[in-house]
Design a protein around this ligand. Sequence first.
Ligand code: CAA
Ligand code: NAP
Length: 248
Amino acid sequence: MKKRIALVTGGIGGLGTEICKHLADAGCIAVAADLGSRPERLAEFQDEIKDYAGKIFFEPFNVADFDSCAALIKQVEATHGPIDILVNAAGITRDTTLRKMSPQQWVDVLKINLDGVFNMCRNVVDSMSDRGFGRIVNISSVNGQTGQFGQTNYSAAKAGMHGFTMALAREVARKGVTVNSVSPGYCNTSMVRAIPENVRSQIVASIPVGRLGEPSEIARVVAFLAADESGFITGANIPVNGGYFIDF
Ligand code: CAA
Ligand code: NAP
């Protein structure tokens, strides 16, 4: 059977890299699409995937720009074939209390974290529906479920992803396309390492399992949802947060 083609936005980030590896281990061709704005991170990424020659590829793009997303998808389709799996993992934080938040900090977070999901899904959904198969996994956050001090922008974007996920899941359910979200808790990546140490240690102390999550603990859930066999799971949100927020 032809290998599934997976496109992972934020693909060279802490979670994205591990997601690409898990998808490649599951037999997919994974394309890590990312801004690639930090040459040192890109070099680290190339080193981390050196055992994945011919299985993981890098493509630069800007998820906040609709035309850039359309061009990326065209490029990936021309090089590798139609996209079977889309993982939306590109994201940023601009944490500050609302009273100090600039309109730019609001717009930047919404544009990358939420508009980016629209930009990508809008450009792949027709092809997936026409071919009768697709897996879309949106990386949301526990902070989209609970809210977080200093994150009105980010919590709004991540909560918005849940609504988007449920609505699109209904639209494409009969076309063989599933749409789900994963809501990680605090994980060991540069995004969390950037939180001031005194604040971060308080957060870690409040996680019931007593530690940050590892990127592989998120990636294995993404790979599970992306599998051919997961066709009956759609419109769902899977929390992976060490017990930080328990819902039913
Ligand atoms: N809860 C309640 N009160 C808090 C608080 C909290 N979590 N954090 C700060 N405060 C208090 C401060 O003590 C201060 O009190 P006083 O005025 O009485 O002294 C008041 O709120 C306001 O403080 P400031 O406006 O001066 O806030 P600041 O500028 O110092 O910092 C902040 C605010 C930037 C939000 C900082 O608290 C912070 O970085 N918090 C971490 C936010 C966070 O968890 N981000 C997650 C990033 S990783 C991620 O997002 C991944 C994911 O999905 C899980
Ligand atoms: P990360 O290491 O910072 O990775 C995010 C990646 O997205 C980075 O490589 C970043 O590139 C890229 N990116 C930013 N803006 C972009 C743009 N405009 N176009 C394309 N790519 C862009 O963060 P992470 O921890 O892996 O987070 C991945 C996703 O999981 C995010 O959506 C995040 O909100 C979510 N999440 C993370 C955690 C956690 O604890 N780590 C928890 C819950 C949810 P640059 O570095 O060049 O900006």
